[in-house]
Design a protein around this ligand. Structure first.
Ligand SMILES: Nc1ncnc2c1ncn2[C@@H]1O[C@H](COP(=O)(O)OP(=O)(O)OP(=O)(O)O)[C@@H](O)[C@H]1O
Length: 412
């Protein structure tokens, strides 16, 4: 293969995806910072591959990213085929594993102390998950890890595109309700599995839910048959298989840890995180996105964000306003109701809030049948008070996941 030198990386956002919060410096109590243990059947270790088969040493770029060329070896075992993605932590490269003769995805973490530290936590979490995920169906599998030229490298099974990328490339055309049901069920099973291990992902979002396969089918898009779409196509793509897995465990925490700080990507943040009132976060907050396709709360400001939630989901309960702590009390008037619209910073901000539809209307715009069940499920998952919010296991028992199966005579 011809070697193509990449001299410049597209580190700036090329799409409008919501950007993540800055990574936290981890005040992580044991056992999370203990070095990951080797688990049977998996090679782990520190490799120094300066001998044959590795490219000449070259300096990292200014952000601490590894500089590579397509077609060259990363280490003698792994040949670089393409760049699959990039995140806060580093870059993910598609590589060929010369030993196992298979494609893999390798996350090459930036050579910066806090990211290296967080990568070690991710490895520890991935190994814990692998020990318990017997069918290997819920979370991406770690195959190997090593330290290479001051970059922690994590080798994963290669998966397909994220739900975010799939929807974006498909002009955000919504998925059919039966696919949403299947994706939602798997997502909740993965979350329930993590919660059983007392782990909280804290960054669930469509970017971190990957389809296992890249294969897709083209189907006529009846909704658009009479109108021309942005890309002029009357067809939409649907994944050939609905199988999904979670990725990105770099922010995972234990549910007994102190969560008194801001977590998760802004657009999918739960109200107790915005308001800083209640320290427990259950990440199913993001589930409604499967059907909507775009982040609903396009905002960068806490008060506006809470006002948007009120618009879509109804008023915040008074007891949450009363319980607001020092960081959050400024968003409330006399401690009883949201300081909105009085506290709005501009007319545009007020307009952005007023133009949002209510949750039932959003769902009915996109769903032809099962809308009632889906609305009820989402209202349960999006309840403001985390104590009342449906837990993943409870949500899995919701009629949205069983009604149709019963109709077709499947055992539920
Ligand atoms: N196993 C995999 N198979 C295929 N693509 C992957 C895999 N893992 C990651 N990717 C791609 O790389 C991107 C970045 O991965 P990941 O989210 O783990 O990195 P990150 O630096 O931790 O990102 P973030 O800034 O969201 O924390 C993903 O959005 C996805 O497109």
């Amino acid at each position: 293969m011809e070697t193509q030198r990449i001299t410049e990386f597209p580190h700036k956002n090329m799409d409008k995806r919501p950007r993540k919060r800055q990574r936290l410096t981890w005040g992580v109590p044991p056992p999370l910072l203990a070095p990951p243990k080797v688990i049977p059947g998996m090679f782990c270790g520190y490799g120094f591959y300066n001998g044959n088969g590795s490219p000449p040493w070259r300096p990292d770029d200014k952000d601490g990213h590894y500089v590579f060329a397509i077609g060259e070896n990363l280490t003698p075992r792994y040949r670089i085929l393409s760049k699959m993605g990039e995140g806060t932590f580093g870059q993910v490269l598609e590589c060929f594993d010369n030993e196992k003769k298979e494609g893999v995805a390798i996350k090459i973490v930036r050579s910066i102390h806090k990211y290296r530290e967080a990568a070690m936590i991710e490895i520890d979490v991935l190994q814990r998950l692998a020990r318990h995920d017997f069918g290997s169906t819920r979370c991406v599998q770690i195959r190997n890890w090593f330290d290479y030229r001051n970059h922690v490298c994590i080798v994963f099974e290669k998966l397909g595109p994220s739900l975010y990328d799939f929807l974006r490339k498909n002009s955000y055309r919504s998925f059919p309700i039966d696919l949403v049901r299947e994706l939602g069920r798997q997502l909740l099973e993965s979350v329930a599995f993590m919660h059983d291990l007392r782990l909280i992902h804290t960054d669930l979002k469509p970017e971190n839910i990957l389809l296992v396969s890249s294969e897709y089918i083209k189907v006529p898009d009846y909704k658009f048959l009479s109108r021309s779409t942005k890309d002029g196509s009357y067809f939409k793509n649907l994944p050939k298989s609905s199988a999904i897995k979670l990725i990105d465990f770099g922010s995972t925490t234990f549910d007994h840890q102190d969560h008194n700080y801001v977590v998760s990507t802004r657009h999918y943040r739960a109200p107790e995180v915005l308001g800083g009132t209640i320290p427990v976060i259950y990440g199913v907050w993001a589930a409604y996105l499967l059907n909507y396709g775009e982040a609903l709360f396009q905002t960068h400001e806490n008060l506006e964000h809470l006002a948007m939630m009120e618009r879509v989901l109804g008023p915040l309960p008074q007891h949450m306003a009363i319980r607001a702590d020092r960081r959050a009390e400024k968003y409330f008037r006399r401690g009883v109701r949201l300081d909105w619209p009085e506290g709005a910073t501009s007319r545009e901000s007020m307009r952005a809030v007023t133009k949002l539809p209510r949750l039932p209307n959003i769902i009915m715009q996109h769903v032809d049948h099962s809308a009632g069940d889906l609305i009820d499920l989402l209202q349960g998952l999006l309840r403001y008070d985390p104590a009342e919010r449906l837990k993943a296991r409870e949500a899995l028992r919701h009629p949205f996941f069983s009604r149709d199966l019963r109709r077709y005579g499947y055992p539920v």
